[in-house]
Design a protein around this ligand. Structure first.
Ligand code: GLA
Length: 369
């Protein structure tokens, strides 16, 4: 048999800009050097068959109108990829695929988007289709809705278009990624709270409720987009507490992203760290998406010598991102183990306390604005 083809897509960790991408406001993630990999052979017919060590084997026909597999089944991610492609390019040839991943699932590191991105790239390659970053951003965030979640596009953009050594400053409308070099002596750790946030379960309803409150606040103010409402003073006009607090989170978080980009460009670690802490406080107190475990983790990081830390991803469990100087990162790691992980038997340093190296996205150097 001919050697297998490969498609791979990294996970991401968001440095700052949380719960604002779905309001079309800019965010600042990095792609990780951990990824979902799809090894595949193209087939002569339209059958898609995929196996994964942890999740088993699945097979279905790629047809015009793919329906959902049972809720919670990983086949839905494969179907979502095929469906997204069908909408733009029609049905194609199937593949015989083996899927593997070194990304922890349900940790806020975007393993589900990475799977959809990698599987879509495999199907496109098998069918000789060249897709641009803009093409993929048109179909993939929308396509993930098939699995029941509709994030804001940050995950797919970061997974596709990031660049090694840089943070991705992602703007929407129109989609654009600017690569901001990370100062050489800045380090980021991803620390798992050891509590998980299954995106398809209760966390999804909570996520959607935050999105709805932010959208309701905007229409109450008579504004068409958050871009034209980026003034914390406008919150005075909101009497509903949820709407008021959601609005304030979104607007202040967007301002923090801009300040964080400026701090990164100026290699101002003190300001960058402070912004991460302010982001966490806003997510905890206004949007209420943190948890006692995540709050504790952030405190432990700061007590261990970090310059900043915050929950990352949707929240309700999952991971914190921890920012430290090159000279302090070993002590921060040890401190987290001694303060947070010591009494938690399930702790596995390779899976739960990860060095986040900013890596290239799936499209490599060719990814553009
Ligand atoms: C999830 C979504 C993202 C984003 C974050 C919160 O990870 O997939 O699009 O909304 O939550 O910032």
């Amino acid at each position: 048999m001919a050697p297998a083809n490969l498609a791979a897509a990294p996970g991401r960790v968001n440095l700052i800009g949380e719960h604002i991408d779905y309001h079309r406001l800019a965010v600042l993630p990095i792609a990780l050097d951990r990824r979902v990999t799809v090894e595949f052979h193209e087939r002569g017919d339209n059958t898609i068959r995929a196996s994964s060590l942890g999740y088993g084997e699945r097979e279905f026909e790629w047809t015009e109108d793919l329906q959902r597999a049972p809720k919670g089944d990983w086949e839905n991610y494969l179907r979502a990829a095929a469906r997204a492609i069908t909408g733009k390019w029609g049905v194609g040839r199937g593949i015989e695929a083996r899927v593997s991943s070194d990304l922890p699932a349900a940790a806020g590191l975007s393993s589900s988007s990475a799977l959809i991105v990698a599987f879509s790239l495999a199907l496109l390659k098998a069918n000789g289709r060249e897709a641009s970053f803009a093409d993929l951003m048109e179909i993939l965030p929308e396509g993930e809705q098939f699995v029941g979640t509709r994030g804001g596009g940050m995950d797919h953009a970061a997974s596709l278009a990031s660049r090694a050594g840089c943070a991705s400053w992602i703007e929407f409308d129109p989609i654009a990624v600017r690569h901001v070099p990370i100062p050489r002596d800045w380090r980021f750790l991803i620390a798992h709270s050891l509590t998980t946030a299954e995106k398809s379960g209760a966390a999804r309803d909570e996520y959607n409720a935050r999105r709805a409150a932010g959208t309701a606040a905007l229409s109450r103010l008579g504004a068409k987009s958050y871009r034209e409402a980026l003034d914390p003073g406008l919150a005075k006009g909101l009497t509903d507490r949820h709407e008021h607090d959601s609005f304030l989170h979104v607007v202040t978080e967007s301002l923090r992203v801009r300040q964080a980009v400026a701090a990164m460009e100026a290699a101002d670690a003190g300001t960058f760290g402070k912004l991460l802490l302010e982001s966490h406080a806003s997510l905890r107190d206004r949007l209420k998406v943190s948890s006692p475990a995540l709050d504790r983790l952030v405190d432990c990081a700061m007590e261990s010598g970090a310059m900043g830390a915050r929950l990352t991803g949707a929240g309700f469990g999952g991971c914190a991102v921890v920012f430290a100087g090159e000279g302090d990162v070993a002590a921060v790691r040890d401190g987290l183990v001694a303060r947070y992980y010591v009494e938690r038997a399930e702790f596995d340093p390779l899976a739960h306390l990860i060095d986040a190296h900013a890596s290239d996205g799936a499209l490599g150097k060719s990814a553009s604005r």
